[in-house]
Write a protein that binds this ligand. Structure first.
Ligand code: 3PG
Ligand code: MG
Length: 393
C-alpha cells in the first residue's frame, strides 16, 4: 500500500472541491500573538499549491492542549491574519470546526479561497478519535490532505478517524518531505551518530533503546545524563536523577554494547549551586556533593561536535543543558555548531534543539529541521505513525 501524493490529487483536479487540510499550526503563542511562525511557514507550500489549483481550502489544526474545552487563549483566530499575510490571499475564520456554522462558512468559500477552522481540540472528540466527531469533520470535505507531520504520531479524529470517510486523500508536501528526510536516519550512511538530550530518560527511553543498537554511536547529554551516571555508580551531587529509570539506563548501555555500538556519556560537566542565572558555577569531572549538573562540559561538547563533524549521518534531538540560561548554554551551542559542520546529512528535531539552532542563525547549514519533536522520534525508532498509516490506499 502506498500513500498518495499531493501531485496525484492535483493532477486529478481539485478546482471547486472542498479540500480539508490538516496542518500542524501548533505554534508557540506569546502575549496573545504568535511567538515563532516556523510551523505556519512550513505549511504554506501545500496550501499555496491547493489555492493556485482553485481548491476551496478548509484548514484545520490544534493549538496546545485545551483538554476538550473552548479556551480563548488557545484560539486559532490570531493565525488567520498571519496566514492571509503569508499566503497573500484572504483567509476567513470559523469559530466552530464542525456543525451548521462551519458548514455554512465552507459553503461560502469560492475556488482558491481559504477558511481556517477553530482549534480542533476544543472538542473532546478530536483526541478521543470519536466516530461522530470524525464524521462531522468529514462532512466538510470532498478531499483530505494531511500535512501535519508534528501530529502524525497521534491517532486523533482529524489525523486518523476522518480519513477513511473522505473519498480522495493525499499526503501534503511537508509530511512527505519530513518522511523522506527522516528515513535517512532509519537507513543511514554510516557512521550514524545520534545525539539525544533533554531532561528525562523516561520520555526518551523508547528512542534510546531503538537507537542504541542501530546508531554507530549514541551520545547522551542534558539532565538525563545524571540518571546514566547514577546507574553506573558515579557521583551526581544534587543533580536531577530519575531513580526509577536506573535499570532502564543500564539496559540502554547493554543494548549498545551487545550490538558493538558506542554509548557516549559526558566526561566533564558544568555544575552550579542552583539552576539560576548568576549562580556560582564550575567545570568538573566528578560532580561534588551539593552541586547540580546544568550542562555538558567543554571537553565533552568538543568531543561530541568532533563526532558530528566526522559522521556521515547525524540525528540530534534535545538540548545538552539548561540552555535557556546563557551561562549553561555553551554545550548545546557547541554541539549545534558541530552538527551544522557535519559533512554528511544532518537532521535536527524537537522544539528546544530548533530554538538553539535558530538562535545561532545556523539553520541553513542543517540538512533537515524537522517540524515534529515526538513524531520525529517515533518515526526514527521505526514506529508506524497513525497519521501516515491512515493515508495508505
Ligand atoms: C506537538 O507540538 O508536539 C504537536 O503539535 C503535537 O502536539 P501534542 O504533543 O500536544 O499532541
Ligand atoms: Mg508533543
Amino acid at each position: 500500500m502506498a500513500v498518495p501524493a499531493l501531485d496525484a490529487l492535483l493532477a486529478a483536479g481539485v478546482r471547486g472541491a472542498r479540500v480539508f487540510v490538516r496542518a500542524d499550526l501548533n505554534v508557540p503563542m506569546r502575549d496573545g500573538g504568535i511567538g515563532d511562525d516556523s510551523r505556519i511557514r512550513a505549511s504554506l507550500p501545500t496550501i499555496t499549491r491547493l489555492v493556485k489549483a482553485g481548491a476551496r481550502v478548509v484548514l484545520a489544526s490544534h493549538l496546545g492542549r485545551p483538554k476538550g474545552r473552548p479556551t480563548p487563549a488557545l484560539s486559532l483566530r490570531p493565525l488567520a491574519p498571519a496566514l492571509a499575510r503569508l499566503l497573500d490571499c484572504g483567509v476567513s475564520f470559523s469559530p466552530e470546526c464542525i456543525g451548521p456554522r462551519a458548514e455554512a462558512a465552507v459553503a461560502e468559500l469560492g475556488p482558491g479561497q481559504v477558511l481556517l477552522l477553530e482549534n480542533l481540540r476544543f472538542h473532546p472528540g478530536e483526541e478521543q478519535n470519536d466516530p461522530d466527531f470524525a464524521t462531522a469533520l468529514a462532512h466538510l470535505a470532498d478531499a483530505y490532505v494531511n500535512d501535519a507531520f508534528g501530529t502524525a504520531h497521534r491517532a486523533h479524529a482529524s489525523t486518523a478517524g476522518m480519513v477513511p470517510l473522505v473519498p480522495r486523500v493525499a499526503a501534503g508536501d511537508l509530511l512527505r518531505a519530513e518522511l523522506d528526510h527522516l528515513r535517512v536516519v532509519r537507513e543511514p550512511a554510516r557512521p550514524l551518530l545520534a545525539i539525544l538530550g533533554g531532561a528525562k530518560v523516561s520520555t526518551k527511553l523508547a528512542v534510546m533503546e531503538a537507537l542504541a543498537p542501530h546508531a554507530d554511536a549514541l551520545a547522551i547529554g542534558g539532565a538525563m545524563t545524571y540518571t546514566f551516571l547514577a546507574a553506573e555508580g558515579l557521583p551526581v551531587g544534587a543533580s536531577l536523577v530519575e531513580r526509577e529509570c536506573l535499570a532502564d539506563a543500564r539496559r540502554v548501555r547493554t543494548a549498545a554494547e551487545r550490538a558493538g555500538r558506542r554509548l557516549l556519556l559526558p566526561s566533564d560537566h558544568v555544575v552550579a549551586r542552583a539552576v539560576e542565572a548568576g549562580a556560582e558555577r564550575r567545570v568538573v569531572e566528578a560532580i561534588p556533593e551539593g552541586w547540580i549538573g546544568v550542562d555538558i562540559g567543554p571537553r565533552t561538547a568538543a568531543a561530541y561536535a568532533a563526532e558530528a563533524r566526522a559522521a556521515r549521518t547525524v540525528f540530534w534531538n534535545g538540548p545538552m543543558g539548561v540552555f535557556e540560561i546563557d551561562a549553561f548554554a555553551a554545550g548545546t551551542e557547541t554541539v549545534a555548531r558541530g552538527v551544522a559542520a557535519c559533512r554528511g546529512t544532518s537532521v535536527v528535531g524537537g522544539g528546544d534543539s530548533l530554538a538553539a539552532v535558530n538562535r545561532l542563525g545556523i539553520g541553513a547549514r542543517i540538512g533537515h529541521l524537522s517540524t515534529g519533536g515526538g513524531a520525529s522520534l517515533e518515526y526514527v525508532q521505526g514506529l508506524v505513525l497513525p497519521g501516515v498509516a491512515a493515508l495508505e490506499r
